[in-house]
Design a protein around this ligand. Structure first.
Ligand SMILES: [Ca+2]
Length: 550
């Protein structure tokens, strides 16, 4: 199957909340199999599965205890093969999540590694002796974990600490050990031999740690070790080894790259000898927060536009963008960058504002129907380790209601509520008791209702993807932003072989006057908009989007 990933678009499945096929309240592969025709109907070309491997779920699948199997909650390897075959039959690629910065602490490698300093797995993880200061035992350095407390956990049987950049139950692998890299390649081959089409590689830029593991700046919570484990000294070597395997199979590789500047990203994914095909940057997720969603500030369009345009222009002609506004790590985008009052209008505008940029669009489950953040009443109802930690670590002097409001706008759990399929009990997600809360808005926001409504957000996503697919300009065209200083309107052009397409997006709750850029006289041919009936030529209605061809 010769496909160009640059022409493709992908649908991300976070399986636990996608669709339950056997009534136990947990999404599974039977549910995915049932919904493959729906996914195909969106007009996407492939699926990215967030981890579906056995996992104790300390970080919902991103803590893997067996790389060569399927979590029993989700089915069996045979069930997976059925999904894979059916997806291929429908012309859909299947991309697996490759989580190799760390494993679960319940992975047999780690269980063995803990036992002694001289067993076959003793050097699979990053073990260090304690530091003794005035008779007191301290961790080897001052790094914080990104999820909870310090980045080190003591292990009695080895009398040593192990490193965990994320949760305690996610020990970091020692990628400097060639045996570990052989394991990674063997895992890749296992899935590629089965027929999967590529990998989305979790925090792949963290896998090479700086020698000596030096102390970080102690006043930076959560990320003080970052300079010493991000884009580390041997990262290119290691990624080249993995690339060799991917190349044998023609597999696509998408690297997750938190806090990676665009210049660094280019070093990974430009040129023929690139080690990654695309990278998932975080800049465009930061328009209403600082570094992480848990440090909220008011949404500013100019910050979003700067991030969009930076990646669009810097990668142009050199590398290829992965475009997204939602995934399992971020709250719902309508709550963030759109408006609940103008739910339908802003949901559609947000779709068009990114899908028509240069790059490969990713759509996260539920995004295509405009799912919104869930509002839970107490912190105990939230399940995500990072949300709980943020609640218990930051803004402790504020009232409970205010702290909960912060979690409501920032929690990853909002992306993890069951997909709303219809207006029946549990939104049609399960016939049993759902494992997590269903958003109360499901009677209004669900797939079935939106299927029947030609003006729905769902059908708008279909139109966007179909339009992109049919237009060489929207796939290959050069990107140019107009009026970058506007704080209410985002306007960009894609141009290719004499054709120009202008995308005009309002991020305002009010009507906004606008003018066309120099060189544009008149409204062109309207390819797509999100209101019934034409408005005034030079006034945008709230959250209006127009896609115009010249
Ligand atoms: Ca199930």
């Amino acid at each position: 199957m010769e496909k160009d990933f640059r022409r493709c678009s992908f649908y991300q499945i976070w399986i636990r909340s996608f669709k339950d096929g056997n009534g136990d309240g947990i999404g599974d592969l039977a549910g995915v199999l049932e919904k493959l025709p729906y996914i195909k109907s969106l007009g996407v070309d492939g699926i990215w599965f967030s981890p579906i491997y056995p996992s104790p779920n300390a970080d919902y699948g991103y803590d893997i205890s067996d790389y060569r199997n399927i979590h029993p909650d989700y089915g069996t390897l045979d069930d997976f093969k059925k999904v894979l075959d059916k997806a291929h039959e429908l012309g859909l690629w299947v991309i697996m999540d490759l989580v190799i910065n760390h494993t679960s602490d319940e992975h047999p490698w780690f269980v063995e590694s803990c036992k002694s300093k001289d067993n076959p797995y003793s050097d699979y993880y990053i073990w260090r002796d304690p530091k003794w200061v005035e008779g007191k035992m301290l961790p080897p350095n001052n790094w914080f974990s990104q999820f909870e407390g310090l980045a080190w956990e003591y292990c009695e049987s080895r009398q040593q600490y192990y490193l965990h950049v994320f949760a305690r139950k996610q020990p970091d692998l020692n990628m400097d050990n060639p045996k570990v890299r052989e394991e990674v390649k063997s895992i890749m081959r296992f899935w590629l031999d089965m027929g999967v089409d590529g990998f989305r590689e979790d925090v792949i830029t963290y896998i090479s740690k700086q020698e000596g593991l030096p102390d970080g700046l102690s006043f930076l919570p959560a990320i003080n070790g970052l300079p010493f484990y991000k884009d580390g000294p041997h990262i290119m070597e290691y990624l080249r080894e993995f690339r060799e395997v991917a190349k044998e199979y023609g597999a696509v590789q998408i690297g997750e790259a938190p806090m990676t500047p665009v210049k660094t990203a280019l070093s990974y994914m430009s040129g023929e000898d690139r080690v990654l095909d695309m990278m998932i940057q975080f800049d465009t997720m930061m328009a209403d927060c600082f570094l992480t969603e848990y440090v909220y500030h008011k949404f500013t369009l100019r910050k979003l536009k700067r991030a969009f345009s930076k990646w669009q222009t810097e990668l142009d002609g050199k590398a290829w963008n992965a475009l997204y506004l939602e995934n399992h790590d971020h709250p719902r985008v309508i709550n963030r960058y759109g408006s609940l009052k103008y739910w339908r209008e802003s949901g559609k505008m947000l779709a068009a504002c990114y899908i028509f940029q240069q790059g490969t669009p990713f759509i996260y489950q539920g995004q295509e129907i405009g799912m919104t953040n869930i509002r839970l009443e107490s912190i105990d109802q939230y399940l995500d380790v990072a949300s709980k930690n943020a609640y218990h670590s930051f803004h402790l002097r504020e009232k409970v209601e205010k702290r909960l409001r912060r979690i409501h706008v920032s929690s990853r759990d909002s992306a993890r509520t069951p997909v709303q399929w219809n207006r029946e009990k549990n939104a049609g997600f399960t016939t049993g008791e759902p494992w997590f809360y269903v958003n109360r808005d499901y009677k209004r926001i669900n797939v079935e209702a939106e299927e029947q409504d030609p003006g729905s957000i769902l059908n708008f996503y279909r139109k966007c993807l179909a339009l992109r697919k049919s237009s060489e300009t929207l796939i290959w065209g050069k990107y140019r932003e107009y009026f970058p200083l506007s704080s209410r309107i985002y306007m960009y052009e894609r141009s290719y072989e004499g054709e120009r397409i202008l995308v005009i997006c309002s991020f305002s709750k009010n009507e906004e006057r606008f003018r066309f850029p120099k060189g544009y006289d008149g409204p062109g041919e309207l390819l797509l908009d999100n209101y019934d009936g034409a408005g005034q030529e030079k006034v945008l209605r709230p959250y209006e989007v127009r896609v115009l061809k010249y």
